[in-house]
Design a binder for this molecule. Structure first.
Ligand code: F6P
Length: 373
């Protein structure tokens, strides 16, 4: 009997998800004589058993389509809201895995999905994951599908913002996605020639940013583009968050961990509109007019770039090969253009942040970009 692969997409959507589903499916069906069963809306669909057979017709014509034909959600198997209560639905997932006669479950997702997948692997399911995120912060892979497309979109936005900032002699502060990792802001800022790039990895001093903008004015450049990752923080606030994160990582007891989680959530809510206060402070310190542009979900939408289609197809087809050979408990990563299997427990719970000595950082500094420090 041919093998049955379950597949779901979880977490925020990303361009390239459909290309990956197609890669897994076409290879599974056409090459290895396996069957593909899709589950809708991430782990929620696995709990509700909303499954359907993904046949060849459904895999046709989706390579270039953004989003995910399966739908997605941020639901976690072990903490799912059901009838207004938070419940552990892991056992239901295991039941549905069995009732669908799955030989493997393929989970496409970012950091959160990798953790959820690891939990299911530890319960005995045959799990394989693929890395997708526009944030590029999944550990143990050179890159994730979605990142290249979002990088192109954010870069184009910065290009466009240049002419309006220039015409009005303004500062434009542009918010780019990325709560914990600043790859997208750094990459788009570098490619788009932003004058200042602020990332979560390098806490910023507002005076350093203002000085950089004032220096530009002295040289006759009366506009500036400030590319800011969602999670970029001033030095004092970054230190505050670090204290909370350390308590969460090494709590004295369960109560302290719970409290740290609540405090981090509160901190993040308060920080949500930080871009506006950043812009106001820059107006005050430079005397220039400043405007805010939030790119938001535009960065996740639309057709995937050629690079993301290729990456998703490479990883998707390699995933089928691994299912066929019975290789489970792994993420199919991209390293040096090769698809390699990385044990899930080396991926889950880790984040790929920008190393301070990364070549993008030194290149940005050498072309005169202020990084807030
Ligand atoms: O999936 C990653 C991401 O796009 C982050 O860059 C962003 O901070 C977050 O998702 C937004 O999440 P949501 O779409 O749930 O608002």
């Amino acid at each position: 009997m041919s093998k049955q692969i379950g597949i779901l997409t979880a977490g925020g959507d990303s361009p390239g998800l459909n290309a990956a589903i197609r890669g897994v499916g076409k290879s599974a069906q056409g090459y290895f004589d396996m069957q593909l069963i899709g589950f809708r809306d991430g782990f929620r669909g696995l709990v509700d058993n909303r499954s359907f057979r993904l046949d060849g017709n459904m895999l046709s014509g989706i390579l270039t389509v953004g989003g995910t034909i399966l739908g997605t959600s941020r639901d976690k198997p072990h903490r799912m809201s059901v009838g207004g209560k938070i419940m552990d639905m892991t056992d239901v997932i295991i039941e549905n895995y069995k009732s669908n006669h799955l030989d493997a479950l393929v989970c496409l997702g970012g950091g959160g999905t990798q953790k959820n997948a690891l939990r299911l692997m530890e319960k005995g399911l045959n799990i394989i994951t693929l890395p997708k995120t526009i944030d590029n912060d999944v550990a143990e892979t050179d890159t994730s599908f979605g990142f290249d497309t979002a990088l192109g979109i954010a870069t184009e936005a910065i290009d466009r913002l240049h002419s309006t900032a220039h015409s009005h002699h303004r500062i434009i502060v542009v918010e780019i996605m990325g709560h914990r990792a600043g790859w997208l802001a750094l990459g788009a800022g570098l490619a788009g020639g932003a004058d200042v790039i602020l990332t979560p990895e390098i806490p910023y001093d507002i005076n350093s940013v203002a000085t950089a903008i004032n220096n530009r004015v002295r040289k006759g450049k009366s506009f500036s583009i400030v590319a800011v990752a969602e999670g970029a923080l001033p030095i004092a606030e970054a230190a505050e968050l670090k204290v909370l994160q350390d308590i969460k990582l090494n709590p004295v007891d369960k109560k302290a961990k719970k409290q740290a989680k609540i405090d981090i959530e509160k901190f993040e809510k308060t920080h949500a509109n930080h871009i506006y206060s950043l812009s106001n402070q820059l107006e005050e310190l430079t005397g220039l007019e400043s405007r805010v542009t939030i790119l938001g979900h535009i960065q996740r939408g639309g057709t995937p770039s050629a690079a993301d289609r290729i990456l998703a197809t490479r990883l998707g087809t390699a995933c089928s090969e691994m299912v066929n050979s019975g290789h489970f408990g792994i993420m199919v990563a991209s390293k040096n253009e090769q698809a390699v299997a990385v044990p899930l427990d080396q991926v889950a719970g880790n984040k790929k942040l920008i190393p301070t000595d990364h070549s993008w950082i030194s290149a940005a500094r050498q072309v005169g970009t202020n990084l807030g420090d």
